[in-house]
Design a protein around this ligand. Sequence first.
Ligand code: SF4
Ligand code: SF4
Length: 392
Amino acid sequence: MSDAKRADVALLRCKSYESRELDAIIAQAAGIAGFPDVEGATILIKPNILNASPAAKAVTTNPAFVGAVIRFVKSRGAKSVLVGDSPGWQPSVLAAKTSGIYDAIQHNGGTWTEFREVSPHPIANGKKLRNIPLTTMIEQADIIINLPKLKNHRLMTYTGAMKNLFGLIPGTAKSALHLQYPAVVDFGEMLVDLALSVPNCFTFMDGIIAMQGEGPGSGTPYSLGIVLASQSVAMLDWVAARCAGYDPARIPYLVDGMQRTVGSATIAEPATYPLSEAEIGHEGFEQLPYSSELGHRLSTLPNTLRSFAGSLIRLRPIFHTKKCIGCRACVEICPAKALRLDKKNRSNIIRIDDRLCITCFCCHEVCPAKAITIGRAPLRIAHRPRNQPTAS
Ligand code: SF4
Ligand code: SF4
């Protein structure tokens, strides 16, 4: 490959997290996607550290991937390399240590950083936001390096580069935005507002072991074997979603991100190199349904039928008492305060108030025990007293 070859999105095969292979792939991807000059710069690396999960579960960006990117930016003369994230409900350092990312940072000369302080971050031309409180660490950094994991996502269908930047909002402030924008399309527009406003951002995506099935927290690993890089979060997501077998044109926030990036309602496919999406096999990758399409189908019904049909067929969290370990993560993350944990005969029973639930699936996202599934449960909303159990 010629070093001069450039593309919107670098798309390369990478079959393992072995350090020599990773070092070569990261350097190659950076060259293709136009990695900026970082000589003397302060770098903030933002991996996906969703929760305290071991690397083998593919919930977080792999620690070896984080280590390789630290080595790369240091080899390019970066002055300091800060690494941080803010899981929704657990102490971030606990999540970083459990995933192995904390050790990877130490071994490769980076510095773990907490997202404690926030300051208002202005957003020009946002559809939903004018400003948003983000970690002050982005003000201290010259360049932000975004390290998402390619995963399914129950609410957004697919999650990657744009959604990973949502973690620049510290702690539980994230769930308040679910309450403010309960509709998938509105929430997606908010995500795009935020993602496109992050300055000097470059993305390397860990798609080596992706997450299929019940992502982003309860799915299973899938060996997709790719690394992507881009200056554009929207273009990278568009390509990565295709690599997992999705049609990005059916995922509204990916369409919105691309339209705003290219400044046109007509989306041209991003140029990739050296591979094209068509060369990436995703046989057997367990996809999720396109979440926004149910809402669209409901919107075509007459008013008199919409509410009834919606309550019958909408997807909702279902709690499985036999698997629940009583950790309270779902109760604490729920932005609608719709959950309560009861203990009965040594069982942990999650009780949900369906009238409050906004189906944001934050509970499903954080459950460490796969005790929450998403499905269609019988109508229990209008005719059920508050706080009756729905545990199975
Ligand atoms: S119960 Fe779950 S899906 Fe419903 S609002 Fe709470 S966190 Fe969201
Ligand atoms: S359902 Fe999951 S998140 Fe909620 S208390 Fe049980 S194990 Fe924890």
